[in-house]
Ligand binder design. Structure first.
Ligand code: NDP
Length: 313
């Protein structure tokens, strides 16, 4: 017989754990599946300086451990496992975990987050684990005193470039436009850092190297009359060009926007399916912050609790 739960939470970032804290305290006895990356994207970031209540900052890993312990303290049943399929056609909704265990849930909170994007170059696959990475915090250690490149011009790219500059001897920041999209404070930190060289208006054509990345083929001002091909010698190539929401298993049952983000309604965590709620980066193409994810996790749990009380459950 399938296990039946009142509230199933999929995902373990700030949204999932905050939903778990609220749902546990509301007696929804939530079961939370941690997914592919327990702790979510924050565990791949370094310093978290902007989460209110941490005047001296915290690390992403520490913050997620605190959130996890807080959810456990109120009785959340936290489990390892990946949701591999869902059936939202009838209540209770069915979620398959790891392609074998089926759980029936009266409410579901989707907090599956987003995943780093790649450029789509064959060389990214060729050199995967041999110099190509989408996580400076995970892999930066291997590039101490070496030369690396980071692709992207947003906050993530700047953050990763600064982090890597503390380890590497030199960091190229490859930016396709002639400006950085990152916040002013991050731009200033990058531009003032002597170890970081920003290559504006450069795009990556490919990578080269015998037994790992030894360099990148770039093009400057692609398509312009003064287009120039440039090679740089690097040991590591880091992607920081944005994220894709983790919503593949919910298609076509859940209403998604053009970029695959779950659509929620009227400022709530409600989706197009009653009893199914979404929180965090999976439903947020705009803010994507730990604090906004946590806030939306709180909303999702409150919405789930109200949905169940209205149903008289
Ligand atoms: P963004 O979408 O903000 O930036 C992506 C960057 O990658 C842009 O510079 C974009 O270039 C570039 N890019 C995208 N595709 C390509 C491509 N194919 N080739 C080359 N360059 C490409 O993503 P981030 O992950 O940086 O940030 C996401 C959100 O999270 C933002 O709202 C950001 O502010 C926030 N954030 C906040 C942090 C903090 O507060 N501590 C830390 C990290 C992120 P272009 O500009 O040309 O489009």
């Amino acid at each position: 017989m399938n296990e039946k739960v009142k509230c199933l939470i999929i995902g373990s970032g700030p949204a999932g754990f905050t939903a778990a804290i609220y749902a546990s305290r509301a007696n929804l006895e939530p079961v939370l599946y941690e997914g592919i990356q327990p702790g979510g994207q924050l565990t791949t970031t370094t310093e978290v300086e902007n989460f209110p209540g941490y005047p001296n900052g915290s690390t992403g890993t520490e913050m997620m451990e605190d959130l996890r312990n807080q959810a456990k303290r109120f009785g959340t049943d936290i489990r390892y496992g990946i949701a591999s399929a869902v059936d939202f056609t009838a209540t209770p909704y069915k979620v398959t975990i790891d392609e074998k265990t089926e759980i029936e849930a009266e409410t579901i909170i989707i907090a599956t987050g987003a995943t780093a994007k790649y450029l789509g170059l064959p060389d990214e696959t060729k050199y995967s684990g041999m110099g190509v990475s989408a996580c400076a915090t995970c892999d930066g250690f291997f590039y101490r005193k070496k030369v690396v490149a980071v692709v992207g011009g947003g906050d993530t790219a700047c953050e990763e470039a600064i982090y890597l500059a503390n380890l590497a001897s030199k960091v190229y920041l490859i930016v396709r436009k002639d400006f950085l999209r990152a916040s002013k404070i991050m731009q200033d930190r990058v531009l003032e850092n002597e170890k970081i060289e920003v290559l504006f208006e450069h795009e990556t054509l490919g990578l080269f190297g015998e037994n790992g990345v030894e360099g990148a083929h770039l093009v400057k001002r692609k398509g312009e009359s003064d287009e120039t091909k440039v090679d740089i010698k690097i040991d590591g190539f880091f992607l920081a060009i944005g994220h894709k929401p983790n919503t593949d298993i919910f298609k076509p049952q859940l209403q998604l926007d053009d970029n695959g983000y779950v659509i929620t309604f009227d400022g709530s965590a409600r989706t197009n399916i009653p009893g199914v709620f979404a929180a965090g980066d999976v439903a947020d193409p705009v803010y994507r912050q730990a604090i906004t994810a946590a806030g939306s996790g709180c909303k999702a749990a409150i919405d789930a609790e109200r949905y169940l009380s209205e149903k008289g459950a």
